[in-house]
Design a protein around this ligand. Structure first.
Ligand code: PLP
Length: 363
């Protein structure tokens, strides 16, 4: 069956070899799995995340949101208070989690298409000295906006606030060192820039903060401390059934990231994908939602054509026929669609996409 290329921010297009690595069954109790696969992944993730000591990684079943929920629900104590930055659907989701878990939280709502104003965040931290944590998304996948994590990390340090970073869609595809940024908890998942398949996420946290999570969780299966403690003390064993095939695929994806030349090489491929995409789309008459300097290399939002004949669904299906799957828009007050640059996707694929869009653009 002829299949299509996913130009979506996860699940995304994976390599044949990543898919093939799932063609074997693994026993969750066996060292072949726990030590050679799980422990190696935990170790290698740390190396990708930081050159600093004192961090530890935990893998957790579920989608990326499950990991975000595990962090918020396990790290925020009853006497703590968290400031959540909302400049898109994923920041908003963290606020929703706080609401459902009945955490003590405050949200700063910022315009989705403007770079978050660091001054506003600084003011909030100064106005209320009760904040113990701050949560922000790195690449807001809603728009493709790259949030100013270095400036916010500095504010967190100034105010002695623990920085919780949702780097779901950027980790592995962009260079940053969470130790340099003094991040307390960083969250990402298997099916984004590491180019694995969906089924689990991971948290890289300061070991001291992880230990402080003991006994705080509001959920049994999303108890981050317990998950970490079991992995740490039982040689990589997961508390409950682990998604063995998915984890095996992730191990292969990690190997392929290294073969590609590590995060720098991958980041440069994604950036080239994005440049080729934006240049090609502009030649076809499309405009980007964000100015170039705020774009992440991960995903790009394009303003929907103003012609009344334009219909996203029709455009989507025409492109799918030609072998490409794009993504609908998610911005609250702008009509747009999105194209992802991540996954097993190369500049030549983007060039073929531009040709396909020229064909599909029949309105
Ligand atoms: C993908 C993503 C998530 C998690 O989404 P799931 O659908 O739960 O895997 C969270 N935050 C951001 C920024 C994302 O891109």
């Amino acid at each position: 069956m002829a299949h299509y290329l996913l130009l979506t921010p996860g699940p995304l297009t994976t390599s044949e070899t990543v898919k093939q690595s799932m063609l074997q069954d693994w026993c969750t109790w066996d060292d072949d799995y726990n030590i050679d696969v799980v422990q190696k992944i935990r170790h290698d993730l740390l190396i990708l995340a930081t050159s600093h000591q004192g961090y530890t990684s935990t893998l957790l079943q579920g989608s990326g949101t499950a990991c975000v929920e595990a962090v918020l629900g396990s790290a925020i104590g009853n006497n703590d208070k968290i400031l959540v930055i909302d400049n898109g659907a994923y920041g908003r989701r963290m606020a929703e989690i706080c609401e459902v878990l009945k955490l003590n939280y405050h949200v700063i709502k910022l315009d989705e298409v403007m770079v978050p104003n660091v001054e506003d965040i600084a003011k909030a931290l100064t106005a209320d000295i009760g904040f113990t944590h701050l949560a922000m998304v790195h690449c807001e996948t809603t728009t493709g906006m790259l949030n100013p994590i270095a400036a916010v990390a500095e504010l967190c340090q100034q105010h002695s606030v623990t920085f919780i970073l949702d780097a779901m869609s950027s980790f592995g595809g962009m260079r940053f060192d969470i130790g340099e940024l003094d991040v307390g908890f960083m969250i990402s998942s298997a099916n984004k820039c590491i180019q694995g398949v969906p089924g689990f996420g991971f948290v890289i946290a300061k070991q001291t903060l992880m230990k402080e999570c003991k006994g705080k969780a509001r959920s049994l299966s999303l108890d981050l401390y317990d998950q970490w403690h079991t992995m740490e003390t039982s040689n990589g064993k997961w508390r409950f059934t682990s998604p063995t095939h998915v984890v095996r695929a992730f191990a292969q994806a990690m190997k392929e990231l290294e073969l590609e030349g590590g995060i720098s090489a991958r980041a440069s491929r994604y950036a080239t994908n994005q440049t080729v995409l934006v240049e090609g789309m502009r030649e076809l008459g499309f405009t980007t939602l964000l100015p170039d300097e705020h774009h992440s290399p991960i995903i790009t939002s394009f303003v929907s054509p103003s012609e009344t004949e334009y219909d996203f669904k029709r455009f989507y299906h025409a492109l799918k026929q030609l072998g490409f799957v794009i993504y609908p828009g998610k911005v609250s007050n702008a009509d747009c669609f999105r194209i992802g640059n991540i996954g097993e996707v190369y500049p030549e694929d983007i060039k073929r996409l531009i040709t396909a869009i020229a064909q599909a653009k029949y309105w």
